[in-house]
Design a protein around this ligand. Structure first.
Ligand SMILES: [Mg+2]
Length: 233
């Protein structure tokens, strides 16, 4: 067994949780309430992208310039809608199978440190993960406020990991874990390892083609995931 500690940076939607559509419904409702039309979201890609960019795209399609104050207005209304959507979703918004068990094991294993790396605005990520009972496993993270593109979130995540743990992680000790080719690209561009899980909108072969170091079908069906990560060279 190695004496290294690996830093695992988890994406939220499709990787840790299935929010039963509450995230996308909330952002649609917020934009519809403020700008009168949410149909443009049919032409906006959600998976793997930051909330800021998703909303900016929608506003542009509506002919509205995505000024910072307009984005902030959407963010605040989105968070209010998300609270009620999550409450309405109840048990349908949940941690994906095997996730809670994995996080509980990692939490007490000195070989691993867990953090979040997500395009969700931080308050939205906290609400989704709290609803699913797994927020307390993540002492730090990088979120949608930290940069428009996912690639830019690794730097802040590493800084916070260092501040939290009092040690620095080399890039080959960092795993970016997500369910989309954009998560994989984010890891590759930052020189980290990448673990892709096919529990979101992308298939195993799409994630393999994106270049992930390891692809698994799902967290609950992966055999000895921790050993797979520790033994990877
Ligand atoms: Mg995702």
């Amino acid at each position: 067994m190695s004496n290294r500690t690996l830093l695992l940076l988890f994406d939220v939607d499709g990787t840790l949780v299935d929010s039963a559509g509450s995230g996308s419904r909330s952002v649609r409702k917020a934009v519809e309430a403020l700008h009168g039309d949410a149909s443009v979201f049919d032409r906006v890609q959600f998976a793997g992208r930051t909330d800021m960019v998703i909303v900016s795209d929608a506003l542009r399609l509506l002919g509205v310039e995505p000024l910072p104050e307009r984005l902030e207005e959407v963010r605040l209304l989105y968070l209010a809608k998300l609270a009620s959507e999550l409450e309405a979703a109840g048990d349908r918004a949940k941690a994906l199978p095997g996730v809670t068990d994995l996080l509980a094991r990692l939490h007490v294993d000195p070989c691993f440190q867990t953090g979040i790396l997500t395009g969700n605005w931080s308050d939205g990520a906290r609400m989704k993960l709290s609803h699913c009972g797994i927020w307390h496993f993540f002492p730090f993270g990088a979120f949608g406020e930290d940069g428009p593109e996912r690639e830019r979130l690794v730097g802040p995540a590493l800084e916070r990991a260092g501040a939290w743990s009092g040690r620095s992680f080399r890039h080959e000790e960092v795993w970016v874990i997500g369910d989309t080719p954009l998560d994989v690209r984010c890891g590759i561009e930052n020189g980290t390892r990448t673990l892709a899980v096919a529990t979101g909108p992308y298939t195993r072969s799409q994630l393999e083609r994106a270049g992930a170091d390891i692809v698994i079908d799902a967290i609950d069906t992966a055999t000895d995931l921790e050993a797979m990560l520790l033994d990877f060279h």
